[in-house]
Design a binder for this molecule. Sequence first.
Ligand code: KG4
Ligand code: ZN
Length: 364
Amino acid sequence: MLILNKTAGVFFKPSRRKIYAFLGSFHFHPGKLFLHKLVLGIETSCDDTAAAVVDEAGNVLGEAVHSQTEVHLKTGGIIPPVAQQLHRENIQRIVQEALSASEVSPSELSAVATTIKPGLALSLGVGLSFSLQLVDQFKKPFIPIHHMEAHALTIRLTNKVEFPFLVLLISGGHCLLALVRGVSDFLLLGKSLDIAPGDMLDKVARRLSLIKHPECSTMSGGKAIEHLAKQGNRLHFDFQPPMQRAKNCDFSFSGLQHVIDKMIMQKEKEEGIEQGQVLSSAADIAAAVQHTVACHIAKRTHRALLFCKQRGFLHQSNAVLVVSGGVASNLYIRKALEIVTNATQCTLLCPPPRLCTDNGVMIA
Ligand code: KG4
Ligand code: ZN
């Protein structure tokens, strides 16, 4: 186990001077009155350029996002310098759109919050240098944000969730299980030892050439697998969930991906088709892959829930599991997790899909 980040909260009675400074931070305009502090959140850690303005009470005043998915689908994956260039081309417009939608000017902001880690260095750099310029120009405080902590806490915008709770983050770049004990108090229980589940699903979808499938051409790999799986029979293939004997809460997806690759190669030989054409058994493979990934994720999460309950880390009667990230939008995987939470008397919560994926709101 590893402590992700722990900052002790210090509580004290504010002085009169601090109270006046606090009241002075509210903005009064003729015809426009903000009773709350306003934070601009900026996210560029991967392939989404996103910004949002959120007030102190968690109200989203405005947001904007530019997704690079279409470009990366064509190149068969994210090429960091391409992602960097697209962030550079869009960041000014996206921030402006978020501010305009909020009817807020930069001078009315209380602070600018920006993802500083983890993520692609070239992508993070664009958001960071844009933000530093902005805070310098308008003399605003800067709040550095840990991307995973933002994902983990997003649920508190839509649901009343008390600490502690267990969070499962599953996306193209993330795979972790953590106990959330406070706003910046996380206990990492498990993580992927290699690639994230979304990355694996994207690779399998590319290997199956699903971009050439008429129903899947504009879908991300994970979404294409979920879509095709509905038409397939998972029992036609038998893939084993990884790490069945590992007595921890870690994940692994690359071994499974290699087994699937080999199976696809064998099927191509059997069907007498070249790599790059869609197999007639693609839907069956998609169904079996999705089932195996769901089993693996559910089993590791089950271990984490039992561990937390045994140690008294989670409430015995109303423990909460929060699942977020792009892969959390998969309904089959959610169903598998629901089986686990029902069996352990826990509540399963997922933010709405637009807040599961990378966005500016969670940063703000
Ligand atoms: O959170 P996200 O938008 O970006 C990051 O990776 O941070 O997640 C994108 C990932 C991609 O790998 C995509 O294939 C996967 O989420 N994904 C899905 C589904 N929709 C998106 N995976 C499984 N089922 C889905 N319906
Ligand atoms: Zn993310």
